[in-house]
Design a protein around this ligand. Sequence first.
Ligand code: BGC
Length: 757
Amino acid sequence: MKIINVFLAAVGLMALAGCSAPASDDAEMDRFVTDLMGRMSLRQKIGQLNLPTGGDMVTGSVQSTDLANLIRNEQIGGFFNVRDVEKIHELQRIAIEETELKIPLLVGADVIHGFETIFPIPLALSCSWDTAAVETAARIAAVESSVNGINWTFSPMVDICRDPRWGRIAEGNGEDPYLGGVMAAAYVRGYQGDLSGKDNILACVKHFALYGASEAGRDYNTVDMSRVRMYNEYLPPYKAAVEAGVGSVMSSFNVIDGIPATAHKWLLTDLLRDQWGFKGFVVTDYESIHEMTFHGVAELKEAAARALAAGTDMDMVSEGFLKTLEASLADGSVSEQMIDRSCRRILEAKYKLGLFSDPYKNCNPELAAKLTFSKDNRAQARRIAAETFVLLKNQDNTLPLKKKGKIALVGPMADAGGNMCGCWTPTCKPENHKSLLQAMRQAVGNDAEILYAPGSNLYYDPKQHEVAAGWRKIEYRSDKNLLSQAIAAARSADVIVAACGESAEMAGESVSRTNLEMPDAQKDLLKALVATGKPVVLLLFSGRPVILNWESENLTAILNVWQGGSEAGDAIADVVFGFVNPSGKLTTTFPRSVGQIPLYYNHMNTGRPISGNDYFVQYRSNYLDESNEPLYPFGFGLSYTTFSYGELALSSDTMPKDGSITASVKVANTGDCDGTEIVQLYIRDKMASITRPVKELKKYQRITLRKGESCNVEFTLTANDLKFYDADLNFVFEPGEFELMIGPDSKNVSTQTFKAE
Ligand code: BGC
């Protein structure tokens, strides 16, 4: 026993002295952490559970925290929202050199779609359906973060969302649980690698759970849903992140079964740990413990005790753990084991990150200067951004534009350099982002003339404009001639490009909208442009589905460019002028009306479905004043070329439980240029013990075909692909008849049936 203790002390000292920590093997880690905890006081352990904000970046109510003081007093396990590599280095130095235990700190930040090289918003990234691209984006974000001192990102956000009123739809992967799962895993791989490398950072899957189902799309609102729906439709992406080895989980702001997620034992322990086997730690969302008071369930002390007991390990900003756990321990509302358990999980994360061996990892101003916003990273961001754009309409093959003649570029987003990158970019430097105007002028050189006129503000109301323009200012123009100048430019041009839609601050956290149409000021501009009789191409900037009924009827072409990151200008020019052929497909349904929301492709049939295109029929599940159909369905997106789909063939009309079935279809590029197509496979379980969706995405392939080329696309399904959670929440295979559908989007499919036995 004595020998072991001497060994442990030596290992501990070695690590704390800056030598290599023991190999990252579980038993070694266990010994290391046990030894360290053996030397910690209760107060020091509670300190590890505390996560204050540095306040340099504002992502919630700002607290002025004296981080250095908290660190010296060992009242802190990490901090977040500090944006300066030297400052972070200094804070880490204080932890290592000026404290008794020398425990390194977690340094968090919301690196959601890039650090300084900004990739498109996650919703856009998901529309690439390209997991390799997402992994690359996350990898680059990890490298840039780590050299800037950050070792923990609050990403990926994987909340399924079917309600575009909710501004945070921008941060997730859309409405599909399968796609959400593969994207979640790609982010985790990209950020974490094996965690221990110098440029690997800890990921944090959020917001656990169900936050995307906030009632009425109003942020922070109530969530309520059945377990069957949770398991089948909302939980799969979080589970996929856990299976990919995500190191931390953030609890959500919302309630589940009336209990705030942060204090929900079933969620954080029974499901997350006991069923899914999660081994990392749980951090709350911003002030979630404190917010339990406003939920009306507990004052700070009880809230903190309940959160800890439920399985929350780290308290973001509330200081509920710091201020109350000792008293709760004294009166028995928490146990010392609970505090130890959480402290251990946090120390283990630090160990796995390699912080005990090298607390600074890559944190290094010289490296930061070299690797941040580098040419290579920006080239990747430009390439990936172009993959995320979705071509919604292209009448008369108006796009791509020829580089000749006169092109009128109008709209409030046309010269909005730093604003195109989108929400959740607190670490970016907007002054370094090229505007669309600059990028288009550069792309055409002397071959064509770009006539620019802003045409409108984001909103008519200056106040509304100012809020929407946010910190990356889009100047409000009070010029009375705004519209007429744009019309004059449009009249003298051959084609009009309108850069309109949502600025960065019109989507993201706390930006719910009830009206999803283009704001009046911008719609009036579009109407006036159409009235010139010239072709009008809309470049739609958005963080969510926008209602585009009028636009889809009256404009010549619509390219949804989302919020495309720091390289959006060049990436848009690449697609507009045809250097890149668009290939993105929607991962979120575009409704025709707010009244249809929630509208999603994988809905249930109901007992009174409409048949075919029968709308407005009595005693059917429909509306008196609107069709059930979306304007653009899930999976939809055009290309500059065309693809034809041959006959769908199945390897057999039965699939044995232990076997598989293969579906194949010949896809040909029948247009005039090379292109990438996303071939989608859906199934429908025709009869089951519980009602099943009319369609569920099960597989897809991104294929690139040269002009005139074709290929046979094959998919193999096994019983696992047909399973679902039944009424008792067992993941079951139920034999019976299935439809198998393949097509270019969720509406336009060929169908075959087979029997699973
Ligand atoms: C958001 C989280 C974010 C956190 C820290 C909260 O307001 O909901 O997504 O990670 O702030 O900035």
